[in-house]
Design a protein around this ligand. Structure first.
Ligand code: ANZ
Length: 804
């Protein structure tokens, strides 16, 4: 019987001492394989049961690839800036760095205990100055190229706290902390211009092997829409533009709606007759979030701008102008042409404000509901009530009307993205300092390369006061002076997602002190061949890293357009009763370390891979853990403790062994670990049935199993007489001919009863099976004197004869 505690420690020590998994990064003689895990945030509570799931998946593949002759890079590190450490610092007055270091050590010991094949010499931590030096440097390039900039943006502003709040810090128009009123207000924000990358990000999605659902989420997040911007004259002077994706409905306009918080309303204010009403409605609007405003089911509130009328350029018709909070100031032009017959929001607005409707597309009754584009596009529907365009199909009309307006010089085709600027500053301490100084002369200065890294200063007090950034407390640090010019440093820090947007590049060259990574190395190692992590990052991290990499690619600093060639999301591990494990249900939390102690890391890894398909959510089952352990003991008994192993091949296992190598190899490649394990189980069952086990077959199985259960794998390998680690043994190969010529037992039934059996090669065809079945003496006896009505042959299984 094997003692998991002893052998797991033994092999972990061996790997460390022999630097078994240290990657020789400059060895370009072999093909490369880069396996990447989403690095954890080193929280105080350590790993949870979900971590080993994805990590084991990449571990298995990387171990197989190594045995297949690849030079493998499989690194690990920590996303170590973030809120929990900051909160700890505020509460205790201690620097969050100490707390973070302690957590990193704990995480590392837990990961080592699980036997992963990480090259620990490449570990990075985003809060380490050696790492954030280059986060700042890349940010600086983005800034110099105009992709990072200060932009006037609507933000949630809390006057009492004197700070900007994120959407989740605002509840019902009040600050979560203190319950003070929060309003939408334009302020200069440090942003990264995501829309500048939108089209490239969309195009790139077609090149990568990612889950379709994740690509679709990214497409929706980017939210590209193609339409037309059209200028409308205001009666009595002035004009404004609208953005529409449905120009074909232009003859159906019965009113216009402007964003209440946009500049246009302010410009028009002197001409508005019901100013008080309008101002009150604007106040109401700015206390709402965009989400609340665009909610489809909400009532269509708004107010008429008395004294303001717009002119429809196609027919000169004068229509009323309103404000309504469903129109957002920062999308399109902040103004819409309203067509109640063909847009449901406009329809409801028209009903609420008693406005007429004009149907312009034929094909559906519009008295109860608008006839919208998703119902008429591509259906051959034709225009009505549209002067010279009447009778054209919608598609023809889109082209013709756009052309007319463009020729009139009042329209242009435009593309809009829902994708917004990525606000890149937080009023927090525990993040990368932004390397910008606001100079006294009003200019913004970005630090020189030799002024980087800009180190986060130690503070007496880590709490921001009056809602201000904690770095405002760093009286000395924030003052900047160079060559007699004075300024004040930016005191907000970068968001949590900064470091994780490029960490995969740094792993390739983690200790380079002159550049973020050597280009020659990047060229050899990028892209990441397999990236495994949770689906919760589908848009955030996975979008931000594509943006940074895309930018670096354009600068010639990253060799690939897309950083992650293949992406897989592991499923969630649920509690025993199917409930999501986590903070809210502490009673269901499984601590991997406890399982490792009791059953061993190999058992935990095997169990998590056997629970079900990697991508599926699966409930934890303690009995399953038990079962996994028992099976490992069963493997050990037959391959190590029995005296069945033999150097001569009895050929009893030829078929099952070759089949197992083929299936496991394919399954590992496609991350089908549960079915690979099932196949190994079948193999072990066969071993128990036969008289002798050909030693090379036993070794092949041990190699494959060692990817999932590396400690027991190494141990068995050694016990079979090997002195070197199993990690670099050439991967077992299978003999296709052994698969084809193998036999199976064909059962013969006559009228539903088994009357005989015979062994034939697997590839025997139907006719031959029929013949063989009919020639069996026992079968002949049964059909003697009867007429054969039907013979059903199931290849590889059974011949069924119906006779009477
Ligand atoms: C007239 C029209 C008629 C429209 C019709 C739709 C249907 P997407 O696809 O999301 O880009 N819109 C434009 N700017 C807006 C803003 N700032 N706030 C809220 N809505 C805005 O949607 C584009 C459509 O959303 C535009 O097309 C416009 O309404 C509205 F039968 O114009 B449409």
């Amino acid at each position: 019987m094997y003692n998991h505690q002893e052998i797991e420690k033994k092999w972990q020590k061996y790997w460390e001492e022999h630097e078994t998994f240290k990657t020789d990064i400059w060895d370009f003689s072999k093909p490369k394989f880069y396996a990447l895990d989403m690095f954890p945030y080193p929280s105080g509570v350590g790993l949870h049961a979900g971590h080993p799931e994805g990590y084991t998946a990449t571990d298995i593949v990387s171990r197989m690839k190594r045995m297949q002759g690849y030079n493998v890079l499989h690194p690990m590190g920590y996303d170590s800036f973030g809120l929990p450490a900051e909160q700890y610092a505020v509460q205790t007055g201690n620097n969050p760095n100490g707390f973070t270091q302690k957590n990193i050590e704990y995480f590392t010991s837990q990961l080592k205990e699980l036997g992963f094949d990480y090259d620990w010499s490449r570990m990075v931590a985003t809060s380490d100055p050696e790492f954030y030096h280059w986060t700042q440097w890349i940010f600086k390039q983005l800034y110099k190229d105009g992709y990072a900039k200060y932009v006037d943006m609507p933000v949630n502003w809390c006057e009492e706290l004197g700070t900007v709040l994120s959407n989740d810090e605002v509840i019902d128009g009040k600050s979560e902390r203190g319950g003070y009123p929060v309003v939408r207000k334009n302020m200069k924000q440090l942003c990264i211009d995501q829309p500048a990358f939108a089209q490239r990000l969309l195009d790139g999605l077609d090149e990568i092997d990612w889950p379709e659902s994740t690509k679709e989420m990214q497409r929706n997040w980017i939210g590209k829409s193609t339409g037309v911007e059209v200028e409308f004259q205001i009666v009595g002077g002035g004009k404004f533009s609208i953005f529409t994706t449905c120009i074909e409905t232009i003859y159906g306009i019965t009113f216009m709606v402007l964003a209440p918080d946009g500049n246009l309303v302010q410009e028009l204010m002197p001409r508005i007759q019901n100013q008080e009403e309008v101002k009150a409605y604007i106040q109401e609007t700015i206390s709402k979030s965009d989400m609340d405003r665009t909610e489809l089911n909400k009532g269509k509130t708004g107010c008429r701008l008395e004294g303001i009328k717009a002119i429809n350029p196609v027919n000169g018709k004068e229509v009323e102008v309103f404000i309504g909070d469903f129109v957002l100031a920062n999308y399109g032009t902040g103004a819409v042409m309203a067509v109640p017959s063909h847009d449901q929001r406009d329809f409801e607005y028209a009903i609420a404000h008693n406005i007429e409707m004009i149907q312009v597309i034929d094909g559906q009754d519009v008295s109860e509901h608008a006839f919208e584009k998703q119902d008429y596009l591509g259906k051959g529907c034709k225009l009505i009530n549209s002067e010279e365009f009447t009778g054209l199909t919608v598609e023809e009309a889109k082209v013709a009307i756009t052309k007319k307006l463009v020729n009139m010089g009042i329209a242009k085709e435009t593309i809009n993205y829902r994708f917004r600027e990525w606000i890149f500053a937080r009023q927090r301490y525990w993040g990368e300092p932004v390397p910008i100084v606001h100079m006294e002369n009003g200019q913004d200065y970005v630090l020189e390369d030799d002024e980087l890294p800009l180190i986060l200063p130690e503070l007496e007090d880590y709490k921001g006061h009056n809602g201000q950034a904690p770095l405002e407390n760093a009286q000395e640090w924030k003052q900047y002076e160079k060559d007699g010019f004075k300024g004040k440093r930016e005191t907000s820090t970068m968001p949590g997602s900064a470091g994780s947007s490029w960490y995969f590049l740094r792993y390739i060259d983690p200790h380079n002190s002159s550049e973020f990574a050597n280009y020659e190395l990047l060229k050899h190692w990028m892209p990441v061949d397999l990236y495994v992590g949770g689906p919760e990052h589908a848009v955030g991290h996975l979008m931000y890293s594509r943006i940074w990499n895309n930018y670096l690619y354009d600068k010639g600093l990253s060799p690939v357009k897309e950083p992650f060639k293949k992406l897989v999301h592991q499923g969630m591990i649920l509690g025993e009763n199917g409930i999501k494990m986590g903070k809210r249900y502490p009673e269901y939390v499984v601590n991997p370390s406890d399982i490792v102690k009791q059953y061993g890391a190999d058992t935990l890894r095997l169990y998590e891979m056997f629970m079900g398909p990697l991508e599926a959510s699966k409930p934890w089952n303690s009995k399953g853990v038990e079962g996994a352990k028992k099976w490992l003991e069963r493997v050990y008994r037959i391959l190590i403790e029995s005296d069945k192993l033999s150097n001569t091949n009895s050929h009893e296992l030829d078929y099952i062994y070759n089949q197992t190598v083929k299936k496991v190899t394919n399954d590992f490649e496609t991350l089908g670990f549960n079915t690979a394990i099932s196949q190994m189980m079948v193999f072990i069952n066969e071993c128990y049935k036969v008289n002798s086990i050909y030693k090379p077959y036993a070794q092949g199985l041990i190699q494959m199993l060692s990817c999932i259960c590396p400690h027991i794998g190494e141990e068995m390998w050694q016990l079979l007489g090997h002195e070197e680690s199993i990690a670099y043994e050439p991967w077992p190969i299978y003999d296709e001919s052994k698969l084809v010529s193998s036999t199976f037992t064909c059962v013969v039934q006559v009228n539903g009863k088994v009357r005989g059996k015979f062994d034939v090669p697997t590839d025997t065809d139907q006719e031959e099976l029929k013949e063989k079945a009919l020639s069996l003496e026992s079968v002949k006896k049964q059909i003697d004197g009867k007429t054969i009505r039907k013979i059903i042959v199931v290849k590889g299984k059974i011949v069924n004869i119906v006779a009477n």
